[in-house]
Write a protein that binds this ligand. Structure first.
Ligand code: HEM
Length: 197
C-alpha cells in the first residue's frame, strides 16, 4: 500500500462535539488546496477508485456499509466495478464542490451538514470519516509528485477535518431528530408512513 497516513483525526477531543473545535483553514492553505486541485481534478475517477479500494483494504468494516459491495470479497474485482467508479466520482465531486466553496464557508457548512444527515440514513457513522481523508492523501500524493509538501499535506488534512467535523455534526443532528421522533407515539408522529401500500 505504501502510504503511512493512518487517519485524519482531530488532535484532541476526537469524539467531542463537531461544532466545537472545527479547525481553521488559513488563506494560504486555501490557496494551496485550490492550486493542487487543478492537478488532482484531471484524475478524479482514478483517485475515487484508489481511495475506496484502499479504504476497504485497510478498514474492511467500512465495506459492510455499502449494500452493493459488502459481499464482494475480491477487491481486484471492485477496482473495475462501474458502481465503485460511480460512487468514487460522487465523493470526489463533493470534494470539488468543497474546494470551490472554501471562500464561502457558510455555503460549504450547509452542504457538509446535509451530507452528514444523509450519511445517518446510509448507516455510515462518523468514526469512519477520518479514514477517507487519509486515503485521499495517499491517493493524490503520487499524482502531485514533487509538488507534494508537508504544508500541502497539512492543508488537505485540515480541510478533511473541517468537512468531516461538519458531517459529524449533521449526522448527530439527524440522529437526535430521529430519536425524538421515535420517542413520540406513532399516532402523533407527523411523518408516519402508510405501510399498507
Ligand atoms: C470524507 C468522507 C465522505 C464524503 C465526503 C462522502 C461523500 C458522499 C457523497 C457525496 C455521497 C453521494 C450521495 C449524497 O450526496 O448523499 C455519498 C454516499 C454514500 N456514502 Fe459517503 N462520503 C464520505 C464517507 C463515507 C464513509 C466512510 C462511508 C462508509 C463507511 C460512506 C458511505 C456512503 C454510502 C453507503 C453512500 C450511499 C451510496 C452511494 O451513494 O453510493 N461514506 N458519500
Amino acid at each position: 500500500m505504501g502510504c503511512a497516513i493512518s487517519g485524519v483525526t482531530p488532535k484532541s477531543g476526537g469524539d467531542g462535539n463537531a461544532d466545537v473545535g472545527l479547525p481553521h483553514l488559513s488563506d494560504n492553505q486555501i490557496q494551496m488546496i485550490k492550486e493542487s486541485w487543478k492537478v488532482i481534478r484531471d484524475d478524479i475517477a482514478k483517485v475515487g477508485i484508489i481511495m475506496f479500494v484502499r479504504l476497504f483494504e485497510t478498514h474492511p468494516e467500512c465495506k459492510d456499509v455499502f449494500f452493493l459491495f459488502r459481499d464482494v470479497e475480491d477487491l481486484e474485482r471492485l477496482r473495475n466495478s462501474r458502481e465503485l467508479r460511480a460512487h468514487g466520482l460522487r465523493v470526489m465531486s463533493f470534494i470539488e464542490k468543497s474546494v470551490a466553496r472554501l471562500d464561502q464557508l457558510e455555503r460549504l457548512e450547509a452542504l457538509a451538514i446535509e451530507l452528514g444527515k444523509s450519511h445517518y440514513r446510509y448507516n455510515a457513522p462518523p468514526k469512519y470519516y477520518s479514514y477517507v481523508g487519509a486515503e485521499f492523501i495517499c491517493a493524490v500524493q503520487p499524482i502531485l509528485k514533487e509538488q507534494w509538501t508537508p504544508d500541502l499535506e497539512e492543508a488537505w488534512k485540515t480541510m478533511f477535518l473541517y468537512v468531516t467535523g461538519l458531517m459529524k455534526q449533521g449526522y448527530q443532528e439527524e440522529e437526535r431528530m430521529r430519536l425524538q421522533q421515535d420517542s413520540t407515539s406513532p399516532k402523533e408522529r407527523p411523518d408516519k408512513r402508510n405501510t399498507a401500500l
